[in-house]
Write a new protein. Sequence first.
Length: 265
Amino acid sequence: MCSAIILYMKIRKDRKLFYYITAALTILIVILVAYICVAEKAVAPTDTNASKQSEKTDPQKFNKTRYSIDEPGSPWWIVSKNRPLTEGYLPPDLVTPNVSLNTTKSASENTLRRDTAAALEKLFAAAKLAGIDYMLASGYRSETLQASYYNNYVAKSGQAEADRYSARPGTSEHQTGMALDVATIDRRHYLDQAFGEDPGGIWLASHAHEYGFIVRYQKDKEPMTGYMYEPWHIRYVGTDLAKKLYSDSQTMEEFFGLYFSIGPN
Ligand SMILES: [Zn+2]
């Protein structure tokens, strides 16, 4: 310590040496700071890549809150027996898709919301290339139309049985304009569970998700969805969610944690 003070005093006396040493120390500090900055930059991109990579491979990263499941008209809107539509709900952008239509139904029942219609055109075009000719069997249904269907089914099968396959007015997914029934144009196993074992039903179950649709009422999922197996009924939810539900073999109710309160009547 003592010798350092003596050295400092000597340097103070020699002004030229004092300036040289101060300049040398300044250069040394600048080099040190520059080195630290460069080293940090070299490390940073590796960290970013690593986090991007983990987002890609980690299935937990699916953003379940991207769209609302409660808001009318949302792509992920869940409508079911205990999640009725808002009273008198009318989809804002119904159009007639450019596909084979069901000539026994009204013009209104052959409509769907714009995005759903566009996706359906792509789905049916892909099916055609695979040798399957589909038609839109039933699309949008108003509350009044659903009421007439439901009342007919109740008269035919009784209320308990009708509730397993037909929605009470005001609770039908068809009223959203984002759900529809599919049949082949030869009407083989038309709206019948045997459709699921037919080439038309098998192709639909294997490819609907690629175009943003899910087979909404799956086999053995009645306690979760509240409806019996309907291999012909598909719902548009967009490709991200459709692919996710397909790969996880889950219903919307399971995926969003709602199924505890839903069951057949
Ligand atoms: Zn349906």
